[in-house]
Design a protein around this ligand. Structure first.
Ligand SMILES: N[C@@H](CCC(=O)N[C@@H](CS)C(=O)NCC(=O)O)C(=O)O
Length: 212
């Protein structure tokens, strides 16, 4: 049986991406949770590195981008079928995988946390504005319920943690994205993840940022 190594449901954005990619690809691996506050947790992970890590009958693959490509070998529906939509989806996924450092470091994912009057720097605003532009373009050109159609794709998986961040840190509202965010977070798989996040153990260092 396939196994997936993940960090904390409430805090680990890359874990959420890996888990959601598996769900979209129709794979239900056994989940092995690791705790970032335990010494030597990386020794429990077959790659000895960061999570997510996926082990299948074929071998071990780590890093969300590599996991997405590996899953897509068997489940091409992870990417939109239309070539232009697929190019766009791959571009925004690559941009998320490689970029948005300001947003990521200032506003770590904390699904059950809510910030009030959280001070966002100009570079964080610039990242948020870029995310909004990319998602609105995807929705306008290719989307319906989700970014590239009526089913979730790899792009929705890569942007889901950012949608949670926008809910937690509450930058000024951007109406066009509100409906998409609501639909995405109400999807049964995101509700399943959110339930795991709600019952996840607290990591005090992560919560401090929100004054919790
Ligand atoms: N580029 C990697 C990033 C993975 C990553 O940063 N994982 C975080 C979890 S959100 C991690 O393992 N953090 C533990 C640590 O930094 O000690 C990917 O796409 O999977």
């Amino acid at each position: 049986m396939a196994k997936l190594w993940l960090g904390h449901a409430n805090y680990s954005s890359w874990s959420l991406r890996g888990w959601l990619l598996c769900r979209i690809a129709g794979l239900q691996p056994e989940i092995q949770w690791v705790r970032f506050d335990q010494d030597a947790w990386r020794d429990q992970v077959p790659s000895r590195g960061l999570v997510p890590v996926l082990q299948t009958d074929q071998g071990v693959v780590w890093d969300s981008a590599a996991i997405a490509e590996t899953l897509a070998d068997q489940a091409p529906e992870l990417w939109p079928r239309d070539p232009q939509a697929r190019m766009h989806a791959r571009s925004i996924v690559a941009e998320m995988h490689a970029g948005f450092a300001a947003l990521r470091s200032a506003c770590p994912m904390n699904i059950r946390g809510r910030a009030s009057d959280f001070a966002l720097s100009e570079s964080v605003f610039a990242d948020i504005s870029r995310v909004q532009d990319l998602l609105e373009e995807a929705l306008a050109r290719f989307g319906s319920e989700f970014l590239y159609g009526s089913q979730l794709s790899a792009a929705d998986a890569f942007y889901a943690p950012v949608i949670y961040r926008l809910r937690t840190y509450a930058p000024p509202a951007h109406c066009e994205l509100a409906d998409y965010s609501e639909r995405l977070l109400a999807h049964p798989w995101l509700l399943e993840w959110e339930a795991m996040a709600q019952s996840d153990d607290a990591l005090p260092g992560y919560d401090q940022l929100l004054g919790l």
